[in-house]
Design a protein around this ligand. Structure first.
Ligand SMILES: *[C@@H]1O[C@H](CO)[C@@H](O)[C@H](O)[C@H]1NC(C)=O
Ligand SMILES: *[C@@H]1O[C@H](CO)[C@@H](O)[C@H](O)[C@H]1NC(C)=O
Ligand SMILES: *[C@@H]1O[C@H](CO)[C@@H](O)[C@H](O)[C@H]1NC(C)=O
Ligand SMILES: *[C@@H]1O[C@H](CO)[C@@H](O)[C@H](O)[C@H]1NC(C)=O
Ligand SMILES: *[C@@H]1O[C@H](CO)[C@@H](O)[C@H](O)[C@H]1NC(C)=O
Ligand SMILES: *[C@@H]1O[C@H](CO)[C@@H](O)[C@H](O)[C@H]1NC(C)=O
Ligand SMILES: *[C@@H]1O[C@H](CO)[C@@H](O)[C@H](O)[C@H]1NC(C)=O
Ligand SMILES: *[C@@H]1O[C@H](CO)[C@@H](O)[C@H](O)[C@H]1NC(C)=O
Length: 439
């Protein structure tokens, strides 16, 4: 009898093991509580590439404080690729580069934390990172534990140097799943908040369709470049997937080029407005020691940041009319021009002048689905920080600079004046009580 039971349980255990091998347990979404809002902070890649060390990172963190960026909400200092030795230790761990991080990662994260920031680190779902440092493939749990032990709060997880298909037997989802599971398991075991996981899988795998369960943000495009064409192209691509962003999961439009002299002042404002209002993470990517007054004014605009960090509304703005081109037309150089969305305090609008000359941008208020017909709205200009009167039925932004932007907050200000004509925004639905149509 007892032999039979033992044999049976061995048999059942074997069956279960076989079953689990073929049917891995479903991914547990990363525990809520981290990165509900888009992450704001600094990332070392665009300004420094591999040329990073602990002194630079601490200097940057100190500049973030002294320049007012910390007060404006930038609370992450994130290290990108190239921080480690090229090979793991004998026991299999990633080792911090001894020349560039001589005090060790715990020392560094202690100091970052002492300055009031969270600390971010970087790895890759393949054999190697993009710069050929150790990747986390097949070491996910070990590395997640190491990053937590090192004191990091956030992990950017890249997509280079992936193993052959005959090794992974996985597509992109299966290659990101192990780190998600490792972080989730680690959080449950340690009782500490999970590392915020920022997927860096570039965009061609359509992460907006699947990545919400895997991380708090996912890249939607290839790497940003410091040109208006790159900014316009990223806005264009993201204009079709705005629905994917909400609390705990964000389309990541990539590191900010605000402060890069290759962009004009107006282009920089458009870039920052689009990233903020589309609820992208806001990661500064330029050398802060040369930040100008204009750069800092843009990066710290409190009324634009408030939309990005809206505690009540997590969704992105979306186009309500494309403008220069027909609606729903994808055009890398001329993305949609007329955008709106909900916010805690009213409806926000972004008007983009995608043309190379200045132009006047006009819209009827009810073109935005969040505006009520028959009402009037107070207008707040979020760049000039002025109250710009009351909009009745429509709004005109005159002479918007080439590649420039207008950002507005419209608040309901009661019924519109009596006697305006036409009586309805949409004529073909506009009917008298006695059944005759108004037109
Ligand atoms: C970190 O390292 C620096 C330089 O080696 C040292 O002065 C400092 O005491 C260390 N701090 C901590 C918290 O260990
Ligand atoms: C996978 O494919 C590569 C290239 O075709 C081959 O060299 C290798 O032996 C294969 N590996 C396995 C584990 O099948
Ligand atoms: C809404 O208004 C309040 C009060 O002015 C402000 O503190 C908050 O940041 C605003 N929220 C947004 C999303 O703009
Ligand atoms: C993009 O839009 C501009 C402005 O309408 C137009 O001149 C250009 O030909 C369009 N490009 C493509 C590839 O359709
Ligand atoms: C704005 O509303 C007016 C009056 O109803 C209408 O004639 C015009 O076509 C509308 N324009 C747009 C861009 O919707
Ligand atoms: C804009 O609305 C006003 C009413 O406030 C109306 O008089 C005017 O004709 C509208 N303009 C357009 C172009 O529809
Ligand atoms: C709002 O008013 C300010 C101050 O008069 C002005 O500079 C700005 O251009 C106005 N904004 C718009 C969109 O017209
Ligand atoms: C229907 O009502 C409208 C608005 O009150 C009026 O102008 C129109 O003459 C009426 N038509 C009929 C057929 O009663």
């Amino acid at each position: 009898m007892s032999l039979t039971v033992t044999a049976l349980s061995v048999w059942l255990a074997a069956l279960l093991a076989l079953y689990l091998l073929d049917n891995p347990k479903p991914v547990q979404p990363l525990r809520e509580g981290v990165a509900r809002l888009p992450v704001m902070g600094y990332n070392t890649w665009n300004a420094y590439y591999c040329d990073i060390d602990e002194a630079l990172i601490l200097k940057t963190a100190n500049l973030m404080k002294s320049l007012g960026l910390a007060d404006a909400g930038y609370d992450h200092v994130n290290i990108d690729d190239c921080y480690s030795e090229k090979t793991r230790s004998a026991s299999g761990d990633i080792v911090a580069n001894k020349d560039r991080f001589p005090s060790g990662m715990n020392n560094l994260t202690d100091q970052i934390h002492a300055l009031g920031f969270k600390a971010g680190i970087y790895s890759d779902s393949g054999w190697f990172t993009c710069q050929l440092y150790p990747g986390s493939y097949s070491n996910e749990a070990r590395d997640a534990k190491l990053f937590q032990d090192w004191g990091f709060d956030y992990l950017k997880y890249d997509n280079c140097a992936v193993p052959f298909d005959n090794i992974t037997r996985q597509n992109i989802i299966g290659r990101y799943e192990p780190m998600t599971t490792a972080i989730s398991d680690l959080a449950q075991m340690s009782g500490k908040p999970p590392l915020a996981l920022s997927l860096c899988q570039w965009g061609r795998e359509q992460p907006w369709l699947w990545a919400r369960k895997f991380g708090q943000s996912w890249r939607t495009t290839d790497d940003i470049e410091s040109t208006w064409d790159s900014i316009a192209s990223i806005i264009n691509q993201n204009s079709f997937i705005t629905w994917a962003s909400d609390f705990y999961g964000h389309n990541d439009m990539d590191i900010l080029e605000v402060g890069n002299g290759a962009l004009t002042y107006e282009e920089t404002k458009s870039h920052f407005t689009a990233w903020a209002m589309m609820k992208s993470p806001l990661l500064i990517g330029t050398d802060l020691s040369s930040a100008t007054k204009d750069t800092l004014e843009i990066l710290t605009n409190p009324e634009i940041i408030a939309i990005n960090q809206d505690p009540v509304v997590g969704t992105s703005i979306s186009p309500f009319r494309w403008g220069t081109n027909s609606d729903w037309v994808s055009n890398k150089t001329h993305p949609a021009q007329y955008w709106s969305g909900e916010s805690q305090n009213g409806t926000v609008f972004m008007l983009l002048n995608t043309l190379d000359e200045s132009s006047t941008l006009f819209f009827n208020l009810t073109e935005s689905p969040w505006i009520r017909a028959g009402r009037q709205y107070s207008v707040r200009d979020l760049w000039t920080h002025t109250d710009n009167g009351t909009a009745i039925r429509n709004f005109t932004a005159h002479d918007v600079a080439p590649h420039g932007v207008v950002a507005l907050l419209l608040k309901d200000a009661g019924d519109e004046p009596k006697g305006l004509w036409p009586p309805c925004a949409v004529w073909e639905w506009c009917m008298n009580e006695n059944g005759t149509r108004i037109d």
